[in-house]
Design a protein. Structure first.
Ligand code: ADP
Ligand code: MG
Length: 700
């Protein structure tokens, strides 16, 4: 029996009621849960402040002070307990708004306490709200001296009613470790522990809760972070390995005339080095007899579609069909155009299938797909309807992965007995650490360089009071025949305000850019789909010069003649959003501009975001900064992912450790794919229980 699966009711000092509230408030049910409820910070309790030295800028501090008086004042919701204390330098007022009755009883006037809390000031008087109180005695001082770093645990008001504030939780944890630290088993192979000079698992658990000193705390964190990242990579890479064993793949043994003719006679430009590299990777993947699962990341315009097309031509050369699936009709149509422009007429038939394809055209398409006559199909999710049957689908390209998800991907697989190779393309670059974790079981390719000769988009930041200059600039660009986007942010809290913002904006624009000389399209979320489409089309056809929009403008919309993107209240947008919006321009031959408008009131992060945009066009660089600013859990498209539930490691700050862990796992699988070697036995545990398992039945 695993002692760590014991319910908390059985822990000395816990009991039924407290166990229940721990479960309800923090989800802690058994011994293991409690040991994995790590402190979120530590406080140096060796230092005592004098009352005269405390100020509101200090973090948590402790003071030795004598209680002078205690008094409950106020009525109902203003009711509070006020306790006056003093030391030899001044007076400190303590206040409680909750748990008043219980606390009032425990506080004894005349007694000296160690008062611990966050200092504040009210009416020039030093104050602390809801401090921790401990009666001072030489013995308590002794204990404080030993444990220099005191753990602080998450707690809740409800838990505090059960005396389970940080201190209460600390007591339980201490009892538990006292009894069971010896039962915490090692789960990393000895050679890895030795190689990376890690402390043992039991030592790490002891020291993350009760660090003997700062150094050991660091060792404990290091060990637990490594363990967490290592075990996650072990699972991801093992899934990948199992996948390659389970799914056979079509073998694209040759490169034939479709690819060669295209490459030598049709491709109007030289491929960039990253494009060549990715093609080589795909080429290798598709001749091994194992199904390919590859993620291709690259900024808008980096040339992903060309790579996708050339991969599809290899599929066709080997007797297979291929398709591209895009999340919206507009995007599907654009892919179709890009591909059609590249291959031209008569080289190879390429068809488009979307929701608005006519029934009678559909019929013909279906037949040609089933007979194998049609080799390349581009479309929306209309592609995965059951009616659509391919003769021999061998290669699938999926654009903008986060809108589809795994479910739909697997639906495409089922269109063939041997699943097709899958290339997922995304124009939202994500940092390496995130890709390694989120898509750790896919292979990853990156195009991090734009084709030569592109004029980089110039990004400028203006404050609201410089608007006249911006208007002047817009008129100049329009006179040159260019088109302009103006984007307003959506403020989630208030639709009314959003609309008002937009309407004010439109009013200003209509005044500044009046008919008949200027024409404006307006697109926002409240419009009916048909009206939206109509307005978009007016802009796409060049009938209007300005498009005023909320962020609904379609990801990937391609209007090469639009060369200016103006973003209003740019400080309200996230970095990746700003970068995506900027990607709407810079698609034609002309110099393009992105103008960020903001007020003078900028937060620290807001300023970094705008500066970053002005400084770089590189989506990967931007995603790294976004990760540093927002942390891994908040990047677009990552919220739903359970993979990112890391407890100790942090993908923003523990990059090096992640790379080490990943590499180590790769080496282990290269040498011992079944984990059959005696020294790797200990790793089987990672698959038997979840990562957390503290103890496990000895391997039978
Ligand atoms: P993405 O799909 O990554 O947004 P595309 O493949 O649609 O990019 O390419 C954008 C444009 O750049 C297309 O018109 C394409 O023909 C062109 N292009 C792609 N690769 C190159 C290259 N190596 N040199 C010059 N132009 C290129
Ligand atoms: Mg494209």
């Amino acid at each position: 029996m695993d002692p760590f699966q014991t319910p908390l009711t059985y822990l000395k000092g816990a009991g039924q009621a407290r166990a229940e509230v721990l479960k309800k408030e923090l989800g802690l049910a058994n011994f293991e849960d409690l040991l994995r409820h790590f402190p979120f910070r530590y406080i140096d309790r060796t230092k005592f402040y004098k009352v005269k030295d405390i100020n509101p800028d200090l973090p948590y501090v402790q003071v030795l002070a004598r209680v002078i008086s205690k008094q409950v004042v106020g009525e109902k919701h203003t009711k509070r307990l006020v306790v006056q204390t003093r030391d030899d330098t001044g007076t400190l007022e303590l206040v409680w708004f909750k748990g008043i009755n219980w606390i009032e009883k425990t506080i004894i006037p005349g007694t000296v306490y160690i008062v611990f809390g966050k200092p504040g000031f009210f009416n020039m008087q030093a104050q602390m709200a809801h401090p921790e109180m401990e009666v001072y005695s030489p013995a308590t001082m002794q204990r404080q001296g030993n444990a220099t770093l005191q753990p602080v645990y998450n707690s809740t008001e409800k838990l505090k009613q059960f005396q389970l504030d940080s201190k209460g939780i600390q007591k339980l944890t201490s009892v538990l470790l006292g009894m069971h630290a010896k039962d915490i088993l090692e789960n990393l192979p000895l050679y890895i522990i030795q190689h990376f000079k890690l402390i043992s698992r039991a030592e790490a658990y002891k020291n993350i809760h009760f660090p003997a000193d700062a150094n050991l705390l660091n060792e404990a964190l290091h060990r637990l972070k490594f363990e967490e990242l290592f075990l996650l990579q072990l699972r991801l890479l093992r899934n990948k390995l199992l996948h390659t064993q389970k799914f056979k793949g079509n073998v694209f043994g040759t490169v034939g005339h479709y690819f060669n003719d295209f490459y030598h006679h049709k491709l109007p430009f030289e491929l960039t080095p990253p494009q060549k590299k990715v093609l080589k990777e795909i080429r290798q993947d598709t001749q091994r007899g194992v199904q390919m699962n590859r993620l291709l990341q690259g900024d808008v315009g980096s040339g992903k579609t060309v790579v996708a097309l050339m991969s599809m031509l290899i599929a066709v050369d080997n007797g297979f069909q291929a398709c591209i699936m895009a999340p919206t009709e507009i995007l599907a149509t654009q892919h179709f155009q890009t591909v059609f422009n590249l291959v031209g007429d008569g080289f190879i038939e390429v068809a488009l299938l979307t929701g608005s394809t006519k029934q009678k055209d559909r019929k013909v398409l279906h037949q040609k797909l089933e007979s194998g006559e049609l080799k390349i199909l581009i479309g929306t999710h209309a592609l995965i309807e059951d009616k659509v049957q391919f003769k021999n689908l061998g290669f699938v390209v999926i654009d903008e992965q986060h809108r589809f998800g795994v479910e739909q991907r697997s639906k495409l697989w089922r269109k063939n007995i041997i699943p097709p190779h899958v290339l997922v393309m995304t124009a939202t670059p994500i940092p390496r650490t995130l890709a390694m974790t989120l898509y750790g079981d896919l292979d990853i390719s990156v195009i991090d360089q734009l084709p030569a000769g592109r004029k980089p988009i110039q990004t400028l930041h203006f404050f609201d009071n410089q608007r006249l200059r911006v208007f002047g600039f817009m008129k100049k660009e329009i006179a040159l025949g260019r088109q302009i986007y103006i984007v307003y942010p959506l403020i989630q809290e208030s639709e009314k305000l959003d609309l008002k913002n937009l309407e004010d904006g439109i009013a200003v624009m209509s005044r500044e850019f009046p008919l008949p000389e200027y024409k404006i399209s307006v697109v926002h979320g409240k419009l009916k789909a048909a009206d939206k489409e109509f307005e978009m089309q007016r802009f796409i056809k060049g009938e209007t010069q300005i498009m005023v929009a909320t962020t609904v403008i379609e990801v990937g919309v391609n209007v090469p003649n639009a060369s200016v993107m103006i973003i209003e209240n740019a400080e309200r947008f996230g970095l990746s959003q700003l970068h995506q919006l900027r990607g709407r321009v810079g698609r034609g031959a002309e110099q393009s501009y992105c103008i960020l408008m903001s007020s003078h009131k900028l937060s620290h992060d807001g300023k970094i975001r705008l500066d970053t945009m002005v400084k770089t066009n590189n989506g990967f660089e931007i995603s790294e900064i976004d990760l540093q600013l927002r942390g891994p859990g908040n990047l677009d498209g990552t919220q739903q992912s359970g993979v990112l539930d890391l407890k100790v490691a942090n993908l923003a700050t523990d990059q090096e450790l992640l790379f080490k862990a990943r590499k180590t796992v790769e080496q282990i699988f290269a040498k011992d794919p079944q984990l059959a070697l005696p020294e790797n036995q200990v790793l089987h545990h990672a698959f038997q229980t979840n990562n957390a398992g503290l103890s496990w039945d000895k391997i039978s």
